[in-house]
Design a protein around this ligand. Structure first.
Ligand code: FES
Ligand SMILES: [Fe+2]
Length: 348
């Protein structure tokens, strides 16, 4: 059995990418077909026709149902077969699994656990996303050929920024600043952070922050197990009290990473950012390009690591002080999976 937590909401895709025509996504190693009903609600069904196993995504929407592209068996939004051409009787086992779906922050989220335990109010939501004073900008669905926990390692790890993202999110002044962390076991959260005091602004903020002198820079990495990482980072002129909490005169961005495990060795990083300032379209596009460049740098590193892990499965990583959060993150997810199995909630 795959090592995934089933009782969780995972992004199935950007809402903007789901319409009338069926689209296929692999999530936790299961193929799922998504489409919208006439009332706009998103449907998620197992993407396998029970007749001859053709993916249902090869078919087409008929009313609010989905017609298989091979012999026309038709399934309603609950997964029940409502038509088999050429026969009256529809066997009870002619059905496909239906998954709960809800939309939030521009994404369609799918619940992969037992359907009766799906509670859309538990889907992550960032208050600033809804604040008209802030600017929310959608990014991409970035495929990464690595296990999603490797991506989560990276997103509990402010220290790599000083080495990997020198043209965008980091600079060398922060190389030796240690990270701090705290964990909330009941809430399944880990916070990892550090401050870089009295240093030049990072390249992104030199472009978009308008800073003339040195800044105090913060990075708060909020991880919500198993698949949410929201990075609050920003800068304010040194001496204006940002470390004490006065951050309104600074530039602040929440970089949101909503991860979808595709299978053991592939994941999707659905990223977007929410900033405390407004920008014109050209500036927004330029910011997107900067983030795209930065996350492509992470992707390259994570894919090389994944390849080495597969090539050398006996090698165990060495742990440094900076790894405190990632180590606890993995333990937290493993404990959640074990707890889920022990109560039998992983099944459909
Ligand atoms: S494979 Fe779907 S109806 Fe035959
Ligand atoms: Fe990174």
């Amino acid at each position: 059995m795959s090592d995934f937590l089933r009782s969780a909401w995972y992004p199935a895709g950007w809402s903007r990418d789901i319409g009338d025509a069926p689209v296929s996504r692999r999530i936790l190693n299961e193929d799922i077909v998504l489409y919208r009903k006439s009332d706009g609600a998103v449907v998620a069904l197992e993407d396998v026709c029970p007749h001859r196993l053709l993916p249902l995504s090869f078919g087409k929407r008929k009313g609010d149902a989905l017609e298989c592209g091979y012999h026309g068996a038709t399934f309603d939004a609950s997964g029940r077969c409502i038509r088999i051409p050429g026969q009256e009787l529809i066997p009870a086992n002619a059905r496909v699994r239906a998954y709960p779906v809800a939309e939030r922050m521009g994404l369609a989220w799918i619940w992969m656990g037992a359907a009766d335990r799906a509670d859309p109010s538990t889907i992550y939501d960032l208050p600033q996303y809804h604040d008209p004073e802030w600017m929310a900008v959608e990014g991409d669905a970035l495929p990464v050929a690595a296990n999603y926990l490797s991506l989560a390692d990276n997103l509990c790890d402010p220290s790599h920024v000083s080495f990997v993202h020198l043209s965008t999110l980091g600079n060398a002044q922060s190389e030796d600043v240690p990270v701090q962390w705290e964990m909330s076991e009941p809430e399944k959260k880990i916070l990892t952070w550090r401050w870089i005091i009295d240093a030049p602004a990072i390249p992104l903020f030199q472009k978009f922050g308008g800073f003339a002198g040195p800044v105090d820079r913060w990075h708060y990495y909020h991880y919500h197990a198993p698949n949410i990482a929201v990075i609050d980072f920003g800068s304010a002129p040194t001496g204006t009290g940002a470390p004490e909490g006065r951050r309104d005169n600074g530039v602040q961005i929440y970089a949101c990473h909503f991860m979808t495990p595709v299978d053991e060795a592939h994941s999707i990083d659905h990223w977007q950012f929410v900033a405390n300032f407004k920008a014109d379209e050209a500036t927004r596009q330029s910011m997107i390009e900067n983030f795209r460049m930065a996350f492509a740098e992470d992707k390259l590193i994570l894919e090389r690591i994944e390849a080495n892990e597969q090539r050398m499965p006996e090698r165990r990583p060495l742990r440094f002080a900076m790894d405190a959060s990632p180590v606890r993150m993995r333990r937290m997810v493993a404990d959640m999976i074990a707890a889920e199995r022990s109560v039998g909630h992983q099944a459909a």
